[in-house]
Design a protein around this ligand. Structure first.
Ligand code: SAH
Length: 296
């Protein structure tokens, strides 16, 4: 916007207008004032957000990534370079000597307002930079553990796993249909967990591609399942980067998926009942992974 207005004034100067019609200048001035007000209100919101985030970080020094739920989702979904992807405005002060901009503006008032807006732009830039650092902080503090629950159907299991994944700060929870998070029953159980961790939509038919992609990214692709070759959980040492696949509530992990796994782990059982609930199983395995990471 600023570039356009400065250009407009330079053009009117260069094509030898004797003077810019007052009505045009008033239009430009009104436009600039509107832009400035918009910028000011959005910056005020950002200042409050950053302050809240700052306060929370200060209040809880052991947890330097705690952010207000309202903004975490936005921050985590923002593209990595969103903070620098900010239109560079003309720097009036810097160019003043070369073009003597102040003489271009019919009166000091307009020039002064543009300079003020430039300073506000710089402030906004700093706020965006600070926000990006916070976002990087969040990313850096997650455990490199992704839970794949795409084979699960029951909402209480999915919602409970979302809560467990958030409590242990995993890198994400993969589900077959991400719309499940808006279900009322889901939200009753997840207690807002879905706002704090990445929920990835991985339909069953895309699971193989997803697992192969994660394998290329250096993740160990594990299954949590009772199979002939499963390793007892208390005998298994987790690698740092883990993708853990859970099985269907009834049939478990299908054979074609078992075949592409690096390994299967199982929770030793002492009783008669065939198996544990899938959410309980995922929680036990996730705690064992976390316990091992904490013991390093
Ligand atoms: N194998 C189970 C399958 C249903 S349980 C059976 O035959 O009953 C649903 C899912 O919970 C399993 O696919 C697995 O992911 C997990 N699960 C349940 N009990 C488990 C155990 N003891 N060890 C590892 N995973 C278990």
């Amino acid at each position: 916007m600023l570039l356009f207005c400065a250009w407009l004034m330079i053009i009117t100067q260069e094509i030898e207008f004797e003077c810019v019609p007052i009505s045009l200048m008033d239009h430009v001035l009104n436009f600039l004032n509107d832009v400035r007000e918009d910028l000011r209100s959005s910056m005020a919101k950002d200042v409050i957000t950053i302050k809240n985030e700052g306060l929370k970080i200060v209040e809880d020094p052991n947890c330097n990534e705690l952010l207000s739920a309202v903004n975490k989702e936005k921050i985590l979904q923002q593209p990595k370079d969103a903070s620098v992807d900010f239109q560079k405005k003309i720097t009036l002060l810097k160019h003043e000597q070369q073009h003597n901009f102040s003489s271009l503006f019919r009166n000091e008032e307009i020039y002064g307002q543009l300079v003020e807006m430039e300073c506000e732009g710089e402030l906004l830039n700093q706020l965006l930079q600070s926000r990006r650092m916070t976002m990087d902080n969040i990313r850096a503090s997650r455990q490199q553990f992704i839970l794949v629950a795409s084979l699960l159907d029951r909402i209480p299991n999915l919602a409970g796993l979302a809560r467990t994944c958030e409590v242990f700060k995993t890198s994400g929870l993969a589900v077959a249909d991400a719309n499940v998070v808006v279900d009322k029953q889901f939200q009753l159980i997840s207690v807002t967990a879905e706002k704090w961790i990445p929920i990835m939509e991985v339909p069953v038919k895309s699971m193989k591609n997803f697992l192969e992609k994660k394998k290329r990214e250096g993740y160990s692709i594990l299954g949590l399942e009772q199979t002939a070759n499963s390793i007892p959980l208390d005998k298994y040492t987790f690698p740092q980067k883990v993708v853990l696949v859970l099985g269907r509530e009834k049939e478990g992990i299908p054979v074609d998926i078992i075949h592409i796994l690096d390994a299967c782990v199982e929770i030793p059982q002492l009783g008669v009942v065939r198996s544990l609930n899938v959410h309980v199983s995922g929680a036990i395995a996730l705690w064992e992974y976390t316990r091992q990471q904490r013991s390093h």
